[in-house]
Design a protein around this ligand. Structure first.
Ligand SMILES: Nc1ncnc2c1ncn2[C@@H]1O[C@H](COP(=O)(O)OP(=O)(O)O)[C@@H](O)[C@H]1O
Ligand SMILES: [Mg+2]
Length: 236
């Protein structure tokens, strides 16, 4: 693979739930070291996109290429092993396991390469809670745990689902810096987010979805002036 080849290419993704077309032709690509923002109104298909890329369900049509290989038929654990992981919009720790155990379980998912759990907890500011049950964490700490769990499998592609929601301004800019740090080390990130200020801090390239379609792809500064984007956010 050439150094400027995209690590992720999705083309014309389609996914229906019953009669509802949640994805109706979504396409974009993402390069190593790049953070791509993914925005769009509620229900536009952002989380479905992450679920499709990680293999939570099979897509009905389109293609998903990771590091040059078609992966759309691969099981989730195989995609994790290849270097894809994600965080969840609503964090889903095992509430009765300790914080440390939560990261250990994640690290061994797929039995691929994994990071040291304690080092990750130190890095994400959770070391002091290592032996506490995950249910005792507050919501921003649970978000950090979700991130630590995703990082535990050493992803080359990290899909981040609305990690900014509920964080205070200080936590938001720390999170933005953190994500940029991962990208600087070569990780590719897809950052699903509503908060434009946060996106502005982490990326300059944005995909905007509406009703399962790619409405806009380009510079964030241009998105906020695009009449179709304004209509999708304000008109709906
Ligand atoms: N597992 C599912 N079963 C049925 N409908 C779903 C499922 N996941 C998502 N949807 C529907 O697909 C559409 C897109 O949802 P989602 O991807 O969660 O949107 P977003 O993350 O952009 O808010 C919504 O109408 C949602 O209700
Ligand atoms: Mg969502």
């Amino acid at each position: 693979m050439s150094p400027d080849a995209p690590i992720l290419e999705v083309g014309n993704l389609e996914k229906s739930f019953g009669g509802l077309k949640a994805l109706n032709g979504v396409s974009f690509d993402l390069h190593p070291g790049e953070i791509l923002g993914l925005a769009g109104p509620n229900g536009s298909g952002k989380t479905t996109c992450i679920n499709a890329i990680t293999g939570v369900f099979r897509i009905d049509g389109g293609s998903i290429r990771f590091a040059g290989e078609d992966i759309h038929h691969r099981a989730t654990y195989r995609r994790v092993r290849k270097g894809i992981n994600r965080t969840f919009q609503v964090p889903r720790p095992f509430p009765g396991l300790t914080v440390h155990e939560n990261v250990l379980v994640a690290a061994h998912y797929g039995s691929g390469e994994h990071a040291d759990a304690m080092t990750l907890l130190e890095d994400t500011g959770l070391a002091e809670f290592a032996d506490k049950p995950a249910r005792t964490l507050n919501s921003s700490q649970q978000k950090m745990l979700g991130l630590a769990r995703a990082l535990a499998t050493k992803p080359r592609l990290l899909l981040v689902d609305e990690i900014g929601a509920g964080l205070n301004p200080e936590e938001l800019s720390a999170m933005a810096q953190r994500l940029r740090g991962y990208a600087n080390q070569g990780m590719a990130l897809l950052v699903v987010e509503h908060l434009m200020d946060f996106l502005d801090q982490v990326t300059d390239r944005l995909v905007v979805m509406d009703a399962g379609n790619t409405l806009f792809t380009g510079k964030l500064a241009q998105a906020t002036e695009d009449p179709r984007v304004i209509e999708a956010f304000l008109g709906g």
